[in-house]
Design a protein around this ligand. Structure first.
Ligand SMILES: [Mn+2]
Length: 333
């Protein structure tokens, strides 16, 4: 059984590494924070959390002790990756992860391959990895402190877009209510994680809408942000949060793609879809991401991929493949 086995591994380990995919999102940050404090309740292990959180999360307690990727130990007894496959780790973290004695996965991305881990818990129907962490907390009989409650709440907020996405269900809202009762500033957390942008983030949103095109009778919305715009405005990955959803939340749109330049030759693509595409089933973003690139993947309604090609080629590639995919979805039902 996963819960018991992981509990024992955490108790026996002297050193533990916790991490999420490169460019951590709110769900992986919340999961790492919560898991760190839960394990510390019953294990004497030295627990390192690796990652560099973006501006939305700096108010969260416990982040100051996180390790920059370069400062990791050469060897860990146990390494746990949350909310994403280990091939999405930053290169230095991936190395530390792969040399650990035991490797563990806790994730809800349906595209993740569980084969490479000593121990894996994959729940593709879970709303967030943080909801899974809450299940683990109950199974382990850990104390739900206000700090752990806030961390799990951050994951719920992030993966439901502030309880707005189609994955928001009564169970999630009940869990959110229970977490709020533990006494942290839920309103501040909501504003920081979901609503607030840095000044340059609003400018970035405006720049994105200047490079957006509607296709397929206005049902497909594709936009791009060149890496030079990111640099000119002084933006980082944190400023991109929510932008692809702004594209999707346009009247008539059922599918959106955002292409962002990392440098001249590398682009990342984010895909979002509504549960339905007109009168047809919604676009499977995870399958589409895997068609766009071998390392693409994610969820049915939200996914991502990385492309090694120029901006013009990326726009071309994403537009062509997406429209083909939309066509076959329509024809398929
Ligand atoms: Mn997640």
């Amino acid at each position: 059984m996963f819960f018991e086995r992981l509990y024992t591994l955490c108790q026996e380990a002297k050193t533990i590494l916790l991490t999420g995919p490169q460019s951590l999102d709110g769900d992986s940050i919340g999961a790492c924070l919560a898991l760190h404090d839960m394990i510390a309740q019953f294990s004497a292990a030295q627990i390192d959390v690796s990652g560099i959180p973006t501006h939305q999360y700096v108010h969260l307690e416990g982040l100051h002790s996180w390790k920059p990727d370069a400062n990791l130990r050469p060897q860990y007894d146990l390494a746990i990756v949350v909310d994403g496959d280990c091939f999405r780790l930053a290169p230095t973290v991936e190395q530390a992860f792969n040399t650990a004695t035991h490797t563990v996965l806790i994730d809800h991305h349906k595209s993740t391959d569980t084969q490479t881990y000593a121990l894996a818990w994959l729940e593709p129907t879970a709303v967030s990895t943080c909801s899974m962490i809450y299940t683990l907390l109950e199974a382990w009989n850990c104390t739900l402190t206000p700090k752990i409650a806030e961390a799990i709440y951050v994951g719920l907020l992030f993966d439901t877009g502030g309880f707005q996405h189609s994955n928001t269900n009564p169970e999630t809202l009940r869990l959110a209510a229970h977490l709020m009762e533990q006494g942290f500033d839920a309103n501040r957390t909501y504003i920081k994680v979901v609503k607030e942008k840095r000044p340059q983030g609003w400018k970035l949103q405006s720049a994105m809408f200047q490079n957006s095109i509607l296709h397929a009778n206005g049902q497909v919305h594709i936009a791009w942000i060149p890496h030079t715009t990111m640099e000119e405005l002084g933006c980082d990955g944190g400023d991109l949060e929510g932008l692809v959803n702004d594209l999707r939340c346009t009247a008539g749109v059922d599918f959106a793609a955002l292409i962002v330049g990392l440098d001249e030759h590398n682009h990342k693509v984010s895909l979002r879809s509504n549960p339905s595409f007109g009168e047809h089933t919604g676009i499977d973003c995870s399958a589409l991401a895997q068609t766009l690139s071998t390392r693409g993947g994610g969820h049915v309604r939200a996914s991502g991929a990385r492309l090694t090609m120029s901006l013009t080629e990326s726009i071309d590639h994403v537009t062509r493949i997406s429209l083909q995919f939309v066509q076959s979805t329509i024809e398929g039902g």
